[in-house]
Design a protein around this ligand. Structure first.
Ligand SMILES: [Fe+2]
Ligand SMILES: [Fe+2]
Length: 166
């Protein structure tokens, strides 16, 4: 790795923009679910993504950098599209996709933590690992949600009842 500090800045910019897409997508996701309990859980996840963005922005400022406007615009568009689609594709697919994206987010945070270590930014190593753990918890939540929705759907199909997902 030629310039770990530069690589760290880019990694933080990528994750910061990704958190925007996630937070916006969860707004539509929360609106689309039928269970109030699930809605509250998704809103809690959204809230944690906004907190992550705040911390990432402060890390970037500490490095003399800022979020990347181009990446922010692109992820804002993506988040808005995903948010809209959540109202049309049922409940299982958004949960399945969210689970996969959260796991990928955890990997990105761990990579950023390693870059912080390589760049000598030791105060950022542990917080980034902690955010990775939070993303893994988000991933697990959505994986279990998708699993339970899939099971409920199969049960209703076997019983010949209407879909429980809408
Ligand atoms: Fe996050
Ligand atoms: Fe997350």
């Amino acid at each position: 790795m030629r310039n770990p500090r530069k690589a760290l800045i880019v990694a933080l910019q990528v994750i910061h923009a990704g958190e925007l897409a996630a937070a916006l997508a969860y707004q539509g996701h929360a609106r689309a679910v039928s269970s109030v309990q699930t809605q509250l859980a998704i809103q809690q996840v959204e809230c944690e993504e906004w907190q992550h963005r705040k911390m990432l922005a402060s890390m970037l400022a500490d490095l003399g950098a800022a979020p990347c406007p181009r990446r922010e615009r692109s992820k804002r568009r993506l988040g808005s599209v995903l948010s809209f689609l959540c109202g049309w594709v049922g409940e299982w697919l958004p949960a399945r996709i969210a689970g996969a994206l959260e796991r990928r987010g955890a990997v990105e945070y761990r990579r950023a933590s390693a870059l912080a270590d390589a760049a000598g930014e030791h105060d950022k190593v542990q917080p980034l690992l902690e955010y990775a753990t939070v993303e893994d918890a988000h991933g697990l939540y959505f994986e279990e949600l998708a699993l339970s929705l899939g099971c409920a759907f199969r049960r209703h199909r076997r019983s010949g009842a209407a879909s429980p997902l809408r």
